[in-house]
Design a protein around this ligand. Structure first.
Ligand SMILES: Cc1cc2nc3c(=O)[nH]c(=O)nc-3n(C[C@H](O)[C@H](O)[C@H](O)COP(=O)(O)OP(=O)(O)OC[C@H]3O[C@@H](n4cnc5c(N)ncnc54)[C@H](O)[C@@H]3O)c2cc1C
Length: 329
């Protein structure tokens, strides 16, 4: 059985950044990168908003560079999925199938995935379908775009698109939005925005890139085809937290709670005798010695740079924790 100072579960921007910091701090680090080493950026082409790359960088290239940088500082990277965890106590145990790994600290950086409509739109990701308007709106200058959804995320995506696209049409299943009134007002007052109410997307078509969508009115059953250059799916995210259910505190949507987010959202949060959560470790989860970072925690920003920043925070907290509290093991 192999022992490490730190096991990082997740090989996206947050996990690899944590590995770089902890490796440089001369700690032994195992990264379990799971079924999707490199994380969400593996599925995208140009990343134009990650600092340091004036001309942009391909998502897979950025992630391979992060992995190589983590390895340069000694991190061991396995493309394996953690299947079970036992996080209580001073010795943390993480299993990959029957193989057990042990550590003094665990960092959870398992990310999140966008909810999809489920009509095979995945095959157009990067070719006209996007789940991130902040990332991709700038590629749709002067284009006809659609946003699917009716919550705050859909409103934010719509507003981001109005800066570039010629038209933004929201397709929404109901006859009113779930989004906050202020966001609705901003969206509905924008002259570039149209709304197709009570409707769902039946098909996305085009070869090789999106050129049209087929939309059905749920009340009248009328089906219409609209020319389209871009379709932004904004119906929510699912954090990857299944293996932590019942072991770490999650919020009502399944996002991993850390001190910072728990206190921000007014969640009743534990404070130990040592005040370990409240004062010293903003990225600590509900279990001592377990930290969280990136999209699995972040219900709001969900950017590569914010995930990397949170990975740095979790690493610094973990390093401090190892020095102050876990030196005996
Ligand atoms: C198509 C697309 C384009 C994007 N474009 C941009 C962009 O241009 N700019 C930008 O800033 N952001 C962009 N984003 C958002 C950005 O990719 C995410 O914010 C960022 O990847 C989050 O990083 P993360 O480390 O938190 O998690 P993720 O990148 O989601 O990585 C999670 C990691 O956890 C691993 N994992 C999950 N469960 C387990 C397990 N049980 N055991 C082991 N490993 C596990 C996965 O295999 C993966 O390696 C884009 C996202 C998408 C989907």
């Amino acid at each position: 059985m192999k022992h490490f100072d730190v096991i990082i579960i997740g090989g996206g921007p947050s996990g690899y950044t944590a590995a770089i910091y902890l490796g440089r701090s001369t700690l032994s680090v195992l990264v379990l990168a799971g079924a999707q080493p490199g994380g969400q950026l593996i599925f995208t082409t140009e990343v134009e908003n990650y600092p340091g790359f004036e001309k942009g960088i391909l998502g897979p290239d950025l992630m391979m560079a992060m992995e190589a940088q983590a390895k340069r500082f000694g991190a061991e990277v396995l493309y394996s999925q953690a299947t079970k965890v036992d996080l209580l106590g001073t010795v943390k145990k993480v299993w990959v199938g029957d193989t057990e790994y042990r550590s003094r600290v665990v960092i959870v950086s398992t990310g999140a995935s966008s909810k999809m409509i489920g009509i095979g739109e995945d095959k157009y990701i990067g070719r006209g379908v996007s789940t991130c308007a902040v990332c991709d709106a700038a590629f749709y200058k002067g284009k006809k775009t659609f946003v699917v959804g009716g919550g705050d995320a859909a409103m934010e995506d719509t507003l981001a698109l109005t800066k570039f696209a010629a038209e933004v049409t929201i397709i929404h299943r109901r006859d009113e939005f779930r989004a906050s009134k202020i966001m609705q007002k901003r969206v509905l007052e924008n002259p570039k925005v149209k709304v197709v109410w009570n409707s769902e997307v039946l098909e996305i078509n085009g070869d090789p890139v999106v050129s049209s969508i087929k939309v059905k009115n749920i009340k009248t059953e009328k089906v219409e085809t609209f020319p389209a250059d871009g379709v932004f799916v904004a119906i929510g995210h699912v954090p990857t937290t299944t293996i932590f259910e019942g072991k770490l505190e999650l919020d009502e949507k399944g996002f991993l709670l850390i001190t910072q987010t728990a206190l921000m959202s007014g969640t009743k949060w534990r404070v130990s005798d040592k005040d370990i959560w409240k004062d010293g470790y903003p990225t600590m989860t509900s279990v001592e010695g377990v930290f969280g970072c990136g999209d699995v925690v972040d219900y709001r920003y969900k950017q590569a740079v914010t995930a990397a920043g949170m990975g740095c925070q979790a690493a610094l907290d973990a390093d401090k924790y190892l020095m102050e509290h876990a030196s005996k093991y």
